[in-house]
Design a protein around this ligand. Structure first.
Ligand code: FES
Length: 134
């Protein structure tokens, strides 16, 4: 049976769905990660490092469906430790691969930078932070 996960982005009130295995890969983050899904639907989730687990700008809070995401590996957990507004349900959007329905929200500090179809606005802050963090 084909799997058609739904991803809801609470802060912009948008739900998108895609057929597993059929989402065109945007070459940012892991294929079918929350970031990949967002970019495929024109939702500009920040991704200052390009989706290679080297920043925290793609940080999201998973409101429901955590079990429908691939588990975080050590690299992601180490990186998340540096994230602002870290919560138990925090994930990096570029690392969490969507396997079923999930609902995510952007941390408040990141919200101003997330827009639908818009450009990236906080690269100036994010890149130095990523460089200094190891
Ligand atoms: S985009 Fe940099 S860690 Fe996800």
């Amino acid at each position: 049976m084909e799997v058609v996960p739904k991803v809801t982005f609470v802060n912009i009130g948008k739900t998108v769905e895609f057929e597993s295995g059929k989402l065109p890969y945007q070459e940012h983050g892991k294929p079918e990660s929350i970031l990949d899904v967002a970019l495929n639907f024109g939702i500009q989730l920040e991704h200052a490092c390009g989706g290679v687990c080297a920043c925290t700008t793609c940080h999201v809070h998973v409101k429901s469906g955590q079990q429908n995401l691939t588990p975080a590996d050590d690299d992601e957990l180490d990186r998340l430790d540096m994230a602002a507004d870290l919560q138990l349900n925090s994930r990096l959007g570029c690392q969490a691969v969507v396997k079923g329905d999930v609902t995510v929200d952007m941390p408040a500090w990141n919200r101003n930078y997330v827009s639908e179809g818009g450009g990236s606005m906080n690269l100036g802050d994010a890149i130095p932070a990523a460089k200094n963090s190891h």
